[in-house]
Design a protein around this ligand. Structure first.
Ligand code: NIG
Ligand code: FE
Length: 399
């Protein structure tokens, strides 16, 4: 069943070689056709020249965007940490120590409780225009619990990340835990994960230093996993340099960067993934996105949705923060939240509206993308359900 999407107010392809990359087209239409793994974009062109199709969907003047690619989340967990958040708003610093609270609650939850929480968060993300999520483990921190989180994540996305090296579980010896994470736990987790991640943060007594993080990443690579790093979140540190040196797909947070970190990211393939919802929820300073762009770095925006440092999956909220606080233009922010996220996941089939790409769309009920930041908190974004494909609107987000 082919579908013609028409009366699009502004088509935002995020597939333009120009300076901001947003590729805004007026008076354009899009045709979607089936493929062996779901609907794909088959034609883009002036509405007046659109070919016939089995179905026609009118957007009534709304904008059509690529669905948001949220390349950094921790969506499988139990419990919440609202009290920790409130204490932080009153001045207590974030150290990563609260992760143990979520580990306890997560281990105590049943599969069906974890699955229900995951489904609820996916529905929230999708309602705000997200069509792909990466999901990390990291709230299990023993072999059976980490595998359980990866299995649950695999039920809803192919972008799963083994984060056994989130923190050293309280009471365990660091060296013993590292041996587990780089040995038996990794061997069991690798078939369930595409990526490995490590919280490289010497400023936290719970997380890992450069040498520990290197050991985790090298073991992950040897097990066939791609590399991601949580780096430079709480203080200047070695995470960015390590990620670039090892050719990680992405280094995430990048809140505290030295001049050499910025230079390194400017000439590397490693994407700098910025998570401004974390700075919002921890009262840390916002990362310097403009400096990264000026150096030539590729940036992505993601939510980091997790119960500790940022309990929202709203990409429109992240975009609004990026415009207000990171001083990105709306076009730069939208590209970072779509094509940037896809690049961080080394995917070319999502994050753009281009012939051959997956038909993962978000609809913005507003005349321009400026409204994403101009009208923060308003429910302007929705998914697009195509006739003929009942489950299509979620695509990679299978709920
Ligand atoms: O990305 N920094 C490490 N991990 C998460 C937070 C985890 C938590 O506090 O529960 C993050 O911010
Ligand atoms: Fe994170």
């Amino acid at each position: 069943m082919s579908v013609l999407i028409t009366e699009i107010g502004g088509l935002v392809t995020c597939d333009d070689p120009g300076p901001d990359g947003v590729g805004l087209r007026d008076h354009h239409a899009v045709v979607v056709e089936p493929s062996s793994d779901g609907p794909r974009v088959a034609w883009i062109g002036p509405a007046a020249k659109a070919p016939a199709a089995d179905h026609r969907v009118s957007l009534g003047g709304a904008c059509l965007l690529p669905g948001f690619v949220d390349s950094h989340t921790h969506l499988v967990f139990a419990g919440d940490r609202a009290a920790e958040f409130s204490a932080r708003m009153a001045g207590r610093p974030y150290t990563g120590g609260g992760i143990a609270t979520t580990v306890d609650a997560t281990r105590a939850a049943t599969d069906s409780e974890l699955r229900a929480g995951l489904q609820q968060r996916l529905a929230e993300a999708h309602a705000q225009g997200t069509t792909t999520v990466e999901i990390k483990s990291g709230y299990g921190l023993d072999l059976a619990s980490e595998l359980r989180l990866l299995r649950l994540a695999r039920e809803v996305t192919s972008e799963t990340t083994f984060l056994g090296a989130h923190v050293v579980p309280p009471g365990l010896d660091r060296a013993d835990y590292l041996a587990l994470v780089t040995g038996p736990m990794l061997i069991a987790a690798a078939p369930l994960a595409r990526w490995i991640d490590v919280f490289c943060e010497p400023a936290s007594p719970h997380a890992f230093d450069a040498e520990e993080a290197r050991a985790v990443l090298l073991a992950g690579r040897a097990a066939g996993l791609g590399l991601r790093v949580h780096g430079n979140q709480l203080a200047p540190g070695p995470g960015v340099a390590l990620a670039v040196e090892l050719g990680a797909a992405s280094v995430d947070h990048c809140t505290y960067l030295s001049e050499s970190d910025v230079e390194a990211l400017g000439s590397a393939h490693t994407v700098a993934t910025l998570l401004p919802g974390v700075e919002f929820s921890t009262r840390h300073p916002y990362p310097d996105a403009r400096r990264l762009l000026a150096a030539g770095a590729t940036i992505a925006l993601a939510s980091d949705c997790n119960p500790g440092t940022c309990f929202t999956s709203s990409m429109p909220f992240v975009i609004a923060l990026a415009v207000r606080e990171l001083r990105l233009t709306p076009a730069q922010a939208v590209v970072a939240a779509t094509r940037g996220g896809a690049t961080a996941l080394q995917r070319r089939d999502i994050g753009r509206i281009a012939v051959g790409c997956r038909a993962d769309f978000a609809v913005l009920d507003a005349p321009t993308i400026d409204h994403l930041a101009y009208r923060p908190g308003m429910p302007l974004v929705r998914g697009l359900r195509l006739p003929g494909w009942p489950g299509q609107a979620r695509n990679n987000v299978r709920g």
